[in-house]
Design a protein around this ligand. Structure first.
Ligand code: 13P
Length: 288
């Protein structure tokens, strides 16, 4: 069911947990993410990367993900990630997305405020929550390159002003995080995060969580991060499983369904582990 609303993120921040948000590409990864949330018994957000629409028709992918997530018994959200285009936001709202992100982080501050306000107005009209970004997160959402966090970090005072002027429901911050696996193991400036959290009342979002140590992620949650985006780690798990499957499946009469099942199951296992970590639930024999 599509029930991850703004209240869910506010509750998560208050309770010192975070909701995992995972990029989905096709039917297998979508079913995988639903199964992960069902197995963990904890909410999750399925993300449509705006960059995916270069490869798959927006309507086809969005309808698929909304339909599959709505039919699941888990508490889920379907979220448009890193969108820079208001028409695309409206199209996804019309197709039933339960939240959207407008990414104006490449723009000068005033232009980011203006674009984000317009997206917030469209989102709220549709009854959904809207995420904005201040401070640019380097790297590509779809590929794992050794990006470095040289881009502008989020300024706490500016972040408070940004949230007040735009009305965003959640704010993505840049505190050393990068998309993909970072060259330095993903060091985060936790003092900066605490400073931002002290001034910003809405739940904070950490993008680029792949490769960041579990303890650092726990510390970030403790300081106000209530939504954590993961993509590269799931892709790596999927590729690892496919490496072991392709040759035997080829031998087994080009058994494509076997390959697709492995894609689904590897993503489900990796996502469930992250959902449990972020929710503070036991995972694979460990306490949290
Ligand atoms: P990673 O690929 O580093 O996990 O980042 C995903 C992300 O932030 C999507 O917005």
């Amino acid at each position: 069911m599509l029930s991850v609303n703004a209240g869910e993120l506010i509750a998560a921040r208050k309770e010192g947990r975070a909701v995992g948000a995972f990029t989905t590409y096709n039917m297998e990864t979508t079913i995988a993410l639903c199964r992960a949330a069902e197995a963990a018994g904890s909410p999750a957000v399925l993300q449509l990367g705006a960059s995916a629409f270069r490869h798959v028709d927006l309507g086809v992918l969005t309808r698929l993900v909304v339909d599959v997530a709505a039919a699941s018994g888990a508490s889920l959200g379907v979220h448009l990630d890193h969108c820079r285009d208001l028409a695309e936001i409206q199209a996804c709202l019309d197709l039933g997305c339960s939240s959207v992100m407008i990414d104006g982080s490449h723009l000068p501050f005033e232009e980011n405020v203006e674009l984000t306000r317009a997206a917030v107005s469209a989102g709220h009209k549709a009854g959904v929550w809207v995420e904005g970004e201040l401070g640019a997160i380097p790297g590509e959402e779809d590929r794992s390159v050794s990006a470095r966090p040289e881009a502008l970090f989020t300024d706490p005072a500016q972040a408070a002003q940004f949230v007040e002027r735009t009305g965003v429901d959640a704010l993505a911050v840049q505190i050393g995080n990068v998309h993909g696996f970072s060259a330095d193991g993903g060091r985060l400036d936790l003092d900066l995060l605490a400073d931002i959290a002290a001034r910003v009342p809405v739940p904070l979002v950490l993008h680029g969580a792949s490769g960041i140590e579990d303890d650092v992620l726990r510390a970030a949650i403790h300081r106000g991060v209530a939504k954590i985006n993961v993509n590269a780690e799931l892709r790596r798990a999927c590729f690892g499983a496919l490496d072991e499957t392709l040759a035997p499946a080829r031998e087994d009469g080009y058994h494509l369904q076997r390959v697709l099942n492995v894609m689904r199951d590897s993503v489900a296992a990796a996502a469930e582990d992250r959902i449990r970590l972020f929710a503070g639930l036991p995972r694979g024999g460990q306490e949290t």
